[in-house]
Design a binder for this molecule. Structure first.
Ligand code: C2E
Ligand code: MG
Ligand code: MG
Length: 656
């Protein structure tokens, strides 16, 4: 929307401007009038006699005093009406003085005063109406006096009157035109400045305050906290599942969705709160601390609950959710960045453990956060080559009763921290932008290990989503594989769904570059993300690894068996290999095999082991697998399902 100046507003501004411009003019006219009448009084009392002295003398003093009062009075700001009255008093004094003078003793040359007064009055009168009134009065008075005293000169004085009127009109319109232009220009400039300011503080897509005004608002609230102890809530909100909507329905649907999210956030925010868009699908809300502590969670839950309702967009109905991290800002010793770090920590937990919910940063999180920062520091300083190592977990081919391959799993042993699990150090590497360093070391060790693995087995190496985020990283990985000289067909790279979600075209190109080295791609933790099946074939993924989250509830949730069976048959119909991960119990193995799973991985079959342990482990594997299969086969699923307190009877019915 371009700047537009409303005409009422403009008129009011012009009025103000007229007052500002005319006050010094009227004030100056008062001074000039006073000087003129003082001079007149001296002239009348000193050099005139008769009526000239008796009438004009006192009149000069009277008008001089009146002009002086007007001069004094207009030294301060006055309203336009008051200025109008002042200028009328001065004009009246000058006019009356001239008329009286002419009535007492007519002298033709004194008629010129009228011609001078017309533009002069027009100049000193704030309103156009009054300027014209005085001009008309001068014309009438001048022509009246001429008509009475020298009617033969009437035509000449009509010319003088016309010149005087023109002069008056010119004076009054010029001054008003100049003021009008100045006001218009100033108003436009003000509007433009306001518009620029509006754009710079509002998010263009959603109309919510943008990142910058969020931080301004945050700083204001921090001042309030430090000055008067006013606590407040900092709530960071991140959408779950926004990117797939953007990919599947297109960017314009994504924009619609973001606008709808913004509207809901605003509506669900408590009174006086500020909902802002920080960028992408990240939002934030600043809210007053509620009267009761229990309200904190309710406030945040209201926000995320509002986001999880279905969205009716022109492109179709979509469902997403939003996770929130809440920090109660009450400590005055923390900087803004430390508070944001805490809210972010809570958000991270929500995203990873309680998607679609709000997590409030707690005292225990304070300890966690200190640990996280400590881990990040240690990782930055770590000697990765010596501290990182790999363990190998076998994958079993139940058709051929053999180990088909191993998955290389990273381990970090740090002097200060001890053994750090990959869930911690991979996240730390991603946070501290060291993922590519970590991957380089682990991939190097995996490539070396490949030579020592039994022939005919493959090795799977995990990549982080961050490894695929830049072309440089992907090229570095491809280069490392090529230079190692290994048989790349024995190498499999495991990537997670999240790595695919941001930009599918880019992901497709990246995977293409890796596949060009001869490696195959497995989709890890399949089903734990958004399961957008459309890209599976497009990306030429050759294996799906079904996440343990589908295996774990097999004994307790009826739908789990159905889902697992569907996922296994989906991979078959897409001609992809399928590994069921996280098999811990014979019953789980029984289900998986019953559903036609060929490849299994899990603690039941083998825990991850160091490279040196593999030769021993491999001896006797076929007979051992047979035993396992018999054991699993001996599990009477019917019996298991008949157990009370479980809902397995339904699961059993789901079996083929
Ligand atoms: P993942 O790739 O899905 O690896 C499987 C994880 O499940 C491993 O945990 C493994 O020890 C565990 N696991 C295997 N069988 C079972 C089972 O029967 N029950 C249970 N509960 N767990 C089982 P780990 O080694 O802790 O790795 C966790 C995750 O960390 C991996 O999940 C992977 O995403 C990541 N990761 C591990 N090593 C690397 C690595 O070298 N690079 C990258 N980028 N990520 C890695
Ligand atoms: Mg994996
Ligand atoms: Mg996995």
């Amino acid at each position: 929307m371009g700047p537009s100046v409303n005409s009422a507003e403009k008129n009011a501004q012009i009025q103000d401007e007229l007052v500002t411009t005319f006050r010094p003019i009227v004030n100056g006219a008062g001074l000039v009038g006073m000087a003129f009448f003082a001079f007149n009084a001296i002239k009348r009392f000193g050099f005139s006699e008769g009526l000239g002295q008796m009438v004009m003398g006192p009149l000069a003093i009277f008008f001089g005093v009146a002009s002086g009062v007007m001069w004094l009075w207009t030294r301060k700001n006055r309203t336009s009406f008051q200025l109008e009255v002042c200028s009328a008093v001065i004009c009246l004094a000058l006019f009356s003085n001239t008329v009286t003078h002419l009535l007492i003793g007519f002298e033709a040359e004194n008629l010129m005063y009228f011609a001078i007064m017309m533009p002069a009055f027009a100049l000193m009168t704030p309103s156009f109406r009054m300027a014209m009134f005085w001009t008309a009065l001068c014309v009438i008075a001048m022509l009246g006096v001429v008509w009475i005293n020298t009617p033969e000169l009437i035509f000449e004085y009509i010319s003088v009157a016309v010149a005087g009127v023109l002069g008056a009109v010119a004076a009054t319109t010029l001054i008003r035109g100049a003021i009008f232009n100045a006001v218009s220009a100033r108003l436009e400039a003000v509007k433009e400045r306001e518009e620029a300011l509006r754009i710079s503080v509002k998010d263009a897509l959603t109309g919510l305050p943008n990142r910058r005004s969020f931080f301004d608002g945050f700083e204001d609230r921090l001042d309030g906290l430090r000055d008067s102890g006013r606590k407040f809530l900092l709530i960071l909100v991140d959408l779950d599942g926004f990117k797939p909507v953007n990919d599947v329905y297109g960017h314009s649907a994504g924009d619609d969705l973001l606008r709808a999210v913004a509207g809901r956030l605003e509506a669900a925010s408590p009174k006086g709160a500020m909902a802002a868009r920080l960028g992408g699908d990240e939002f934030a809300v600043l809210a007053d601390y509620p009267a009761q502590t229990a309200e904190v969670r309710r406030i945040a839950s209201r926000l995320v609950d509002a986001l999880s309702l279905p969205y009716s967009l022109p492109a179709g109905v979509v469902r997403i959710s939003g996770s929130a991290g809440v920090y109660v800002c009450e400590r005055t010793d923390l900087e803004a960045s430390a508070m944001i770090e805490r809210a972010d920590h809570a958000l991270y937990q929500a995203k990873n453990e309680r998607r679609g919910e709000a997590v409030v940063f707690s005292k225990r999180d304070e300890v966690d956060l200190a640990n996280v920062n400590h881990v990040d520091r240690c990782l930055r300083q770590a000697d990765l080559e010596n501290e990182l190592s790999l363990v190998f977990q076998p994958q079993f081919d139940l058709v051929n009763n053999r180990v088909s391959g191993f998955e290389a799993l990273g381990r970090w042993n740090n002097e200060q921290l001890g053994a750090v699990p990959p869930s911690i150090f991979i996240a730390a590497a991603e946070r501290t932008t060291q993922m590519s360093r970590v991957t380089h070391v682990l991939l190097g060790k995996a490539l070396k290990a490949l030579a020592d693995l039994p022939g005919g087995t493959r090795l799977a190496v995990n990549l982080s989503a961050h490894d695929l985020m830049s072309e440089a990283n992907v090229q570095k990985i491809a280069e490392q594989i090529r230079l190692s000289g290994v048989d790349a067909t024995r190498l499999e790279l495991e990537i997670t769904e999240t790595a695919m979600l941001d930009d599918q075209d880019f992901a497709s190109r990246s995977l293409g570059e890796l596949q060009a080295c001869g490696v195959s791609i497995a989709l890890d933790d399949f089903g734990s993300g958004y399961s957008n099946f459309s890209y599976l074939q497009r990306l030429h993924v050759s294996k799906l690894k079904i996440d343990r989250s589908f295996v774990k509830p097999l004994m307790s949730e009826a739908s789990a068996a159905k889902i697992l069976r569907t996922l296994i048959s989906l991979s078959k119909s897409l001609s992809m290999e399928c590994v069921v991960e996280g098999i811990e119990k014979p019953e789980e193995m029984a289900y998986a095999t019953a559903f036609g799973a060929r490849y299994l991985q899990g603690f039941l079959l083998s825990k991850p082991m160091p490279l040196e342990a593999i030769p021993d482990f491999m001896t006797g594997v076929p007979t051992w697998i047979e035993q396992m299969q018999q054991e699993a086969g001996a599990v009477d699923i019917d019996a298991v399902t008949a157990r009370p307190s479980t809902r397995l009877s339904t699961a059993r019915r789901a079996l083929p």
